[in-house]
Design a protein around this ligand. Sequence first.
Ligand code: FAS
Ligand code: PHB
Length: 392
Amino acid sequence: MNQRTQVAIIGAGPSGLLLGQLLHKAGIDNVIVERQSGDYVLGRIRAGILEQVTVDLLREAGVGERVGREGVVHHSIELVFAGTRHPIDVHGLTGGKVVTAYGQTELTKDLMEARAAAGLQTVYEAADVSLHGHDGDAPVVRYRKDGQSRELRCDFIAGCDGFHGVSRATVKDHVTEFERVYPFGWLGVLADVPPVSPHAIVYGNSERGFSLCSMRSMTRSRYYVQCPLDDKVEDWSDQRFWDELRRRLDPELAQKVVTGPSIEKSIAPLRSFVAEPLRFGRLFLAGDAGHIVPPTGAKGLNLAATDVKYLSSAFIEHYAERSDAGIDSYSQRCLRRIWKAERFSWWLTNLMHRFPDTDGFGQRVQEAELDYLVNSRAASTALAENYVGLPL
Ligand code: FAS
Ligand code: PHB
């Protein structure tokens, strides 16, 4: 069965769904081809902190109502080290900017519902997706659905299929890769307990390693501890997790932690990764398909959103103004922002984690940088303005 659309989107994660919504709003026809089922996509527990730019984009896409109502605005973050908590007044240091706690799962649900309500086509459980003709002017996406081979002819292909997707793999011989793999992972727990710090995300650096106290709502918390790469989730009972988290916090906060059964528990590896360029003829990479950041800086989902902003604007300009200026500058515009987020995420990861090969000198330097950071307005401002997201 052959079909035609203007933009074929590979992947129904946040990047693909947000792009589809922004294009639809601009009257540009698009079809999403997704390898998994919708429930599987919704079942992945991932990001939780949105920059204002991302919240504004959700509003522009017509899905800003629930995040406006249920998202929890944070004016500050806290750094815990040497047994003491230090607030960073992000709001004050950035002239009033904030971040919003709102789970990626909820954002994905809002985008899925809006897409279905608009009657837009998403092909779930598409098998053997392959991309063709993107170096010419008539790209084609081929896939199998219910055992039948299908073709989707289009003007452009948006590769929104994540780090393990087919899009970057299709152009791997034309990609330069930049990568750092970190010698530890994050063990994350989701639990229906009230957050230990409802209005500040708490980042800890103790001699036992990194910890993070975050939230999804006033009744659902998200916690992480740094763990060895070879740890298995089954090595970590809930009790072991709660005990370890408490050991990594200051005494006052530790005794405030409300524990409960985990509803999700997983270990994620950490990596920094960038593919250059992000455009290959009529194929464009956006989101995790083009870059990965360690989650320390809460940038992954937000970077995906700004890639999509640039890409949707480029397609709108192509169709509405017959100009390819946005298409031609897409890769370079994204990469300037991506590399600043990569630097920040790499820097904060090095500052807040214990690396197995750090010697005495390295440890003292890390302690000095933390001391400088919380006692210097200039240093705290630099942290705050990167944390809320640099201007588009
Ligand atoms: P996604 O990977 O979310 O979506 C890609 C979609 O493409 C998926 O639905 C996939 O099934 C589909 N796909 C893959 N191959 C395909 C193919 N061949 N054909 C069709 N479809 C295909 N970011 C943060 O900011 N904070 C966090 O705490 C955080 N935690 C994370 C934890 C984990 C374990 C992971 C993996 C990522 C985390 N991230 C975090 C980053 C994450 O939120 C991403 O930035 C975000 O999901 C990016 O969205 P997409 O670019 O849509 O990619
Ligand atoms: C989360 O809530 O999942 C979260 C918060 C802050 C981070 C990373 C993840 O830096």
